[in-house]
Design a binder for this molecule. Structure first.
Ligand code: CA
Length: 273
């Protein structure tokens, strides 16, 4: 089922479940790392670079949701934790609210207990396939814009751009899915960490600077979807270049409360509200 052996981290304090998962996933060809502690889980993510983590929410030392939050909050710069690590949550807490909370904290998938092993295996395989495709792509190309996450470089029309670490992290996130709208909370969580939630002005000012740096040749990247968040492009790249208004860095933070286009929002943006 897997071409190369992917490493899976199982974070589950119940010994029987942990052993069951480890044995079965090993038999299915995966490399396994297992722990029953949240603290140890974070250490293993940072030192062993698993390809996917299965995280139980009820852990003795910390809530499994904290593990998710810390992983997603990693900036990929200061720590070696990969904030994009695929996360499958096992939740013994039944109910929609808990499932939603798992997704809210960054789970890629949530499976309630008791679970069926074939279903878990199928979901694990699907998550790994998705992240492999993402990795295969490696360099992300959006029209004339090229983002190389490994080398941490950005080029526009072949010319290297000088971005700050946060600007780069923001661009890298947006470029993973160029037309998708990323909510402000999501971006803050991914790039600044959980504590930053609510300080949308920090995000807005970085987005504004990033947009200015990417708008040098009139292209329109980093689209503010008013009241929701940002996306990298709002349509086929190139066709809208002419109408791009290069956003200057705001004189004061107050300006950030105003839409970045002085005129009424374009119809496609208005549709998002
Ligand atoms: Ca548990």
């Amino acid at each position: 089922m897997t071409n190369e052996r992917s490493t899976i981290l199982v974070v589950e304090d119940d010994r029987a479940t942990r052993t069951f998962l480890a044995d079965n996933l090993t038999a299915d060809g995966y490399e396994l790392i297992a722990t029953g502690s949240a603290r140890e889980a974070l250490r293993l993510v940072e030192t062993r670079f698993p390809d996917l983590a299965i995280v139980d929410l009820g852990l003795p030392d910390r809530d499994g949701l904290d593990v998710l939050r810390e992983i997603r909050a990693a900036d990929g710069i200061a720590t070696r934790i990969d904030p994009a690590l695929p996360l499958l949550v096992l939740s013994g807490r039944v109910g929609e609210l808990h499932r939603l909370r798992g997704f809210d904290r960054g789970a890629d998938d949530v499976l309630g207990k008791p679970f069926s092993y074939p279903e878990l295996r199928a979901r694990v395989a699907a998550l790994l396939r998705r992240s492999e495709r993402r990795r295969d792509r490696g360099r992300m190309r959006v029209g004339p814009l090229e983002v190389d996450p490994a080398a941490r470089t950005v080029a526009l029309h072949g010319t290297r751009l000088d971005l700050s670490q946060r600007e780069f992290a923001l661009l890298r996130t947006l470029a993973t899915d160029p037309v998708r709208v990323f909510t402000k909370d999501e971006l803050l969580r991914n790039i600044w960490g959980f504590r930053a939630i609510g300080s949308t002005r920090t995000l807005d000012s970085h987005a504004c600077r990033l947009r200015a740096k990417l708008s040098r040749d009139g292209e329109r990247f980093v689209v503010n979807v008013w009241g929701v968040g940002y996306r990298l492009v709002d349509g086929p790249v190139g066709s809208r270049a002419a109408e791009a208004g290069v956003a200057d860095e705001p004189e004061s933070l107050e300006e950030l409360d105003e839409p970045d286009e002085p005129s009424a929002a374009a119809p496609d943006e208005a549709g998002a509200s």
